[in-house]
Design a protein around this ligand. Structure first.
Ligand code: HEM
Length: 137
């Protein structure tokens, strides 16, 4: 049950989503998107995995996404190397939890009208990266 699981696909191989996404949407939009993702998580079946203060959690995630999209390296400056799979290891992330997480992100994108021309690329990143966060069967 608690045995660690390593996804056979290995670490994500693709490039990060293009910098144009951040340049076009701006940092405040990315922060709002992560707040909305966490407010979706708050209403989800995996709410119990997350800390009580979802606003702070959303801010940490936004720091990561702004950095990933080519903005200032907020996440590394505040918390050190991303090492996302390792940081997620204390949480039991199954494929089922991943699907709920992805659903929350997609609803956040819907509700903030994430531009259609960037959506496929951004979602591809989320799908690939989240596969690598799965750490339990
Ligand atoms: C694209 C995939 C993902 C990215 C980019 C991502 C990003 C992050 C970041 C930046 C943090 C904050 C880390 C920290 O404060 O040290 C975090 C925390 C966390 N993530 Fe993820 N994550 C992803 C997938 C998932 C999935 C699939 C789950 C569970 C289904 C998950 C559950 C959590 C939990 C429980 C935390 C700790 C609480 C929190 O700070 O929100 N993550 N994630």
């Amino acid at each position: 049950m608690t045995e660690m699981y390593v996804p056979p696909g290995g670490p994500p191989q693709g490039p990060p989503p293009s910098r144009e996404i951040l340049q076009t949407l701006g940092e405040p939009y990315i922060r709002k998107l992560l707040q909305e993702h966490y407010s979706q998580l708050e209403k989800s079946a995996i709410r119990g995995m997350f800390p009580e203060d979802m606003t702070e959690a959303a801010d940490r995630s936004a720091d990561f996404f702004v950095q990933l999209l080519g903005g200032p390296p907020y996440f590394s400056q505040k918390y050190g190397p991303p090492r996302m799979r390792a940081r997620h290891m204390p949480f039991a992330i199954t494929e089922a939890a991943r699907e709920i997480w992805l659903g929350c992100f997609k609803r956040a994108m819907d509700s903030l009208e994430f531009p259609a021309n960037y959506r496929e690329e951004f979602e591809r990143f989320l799908v690939e990266f989240s596969a690598w966060m799965v750490n339990r069967r």
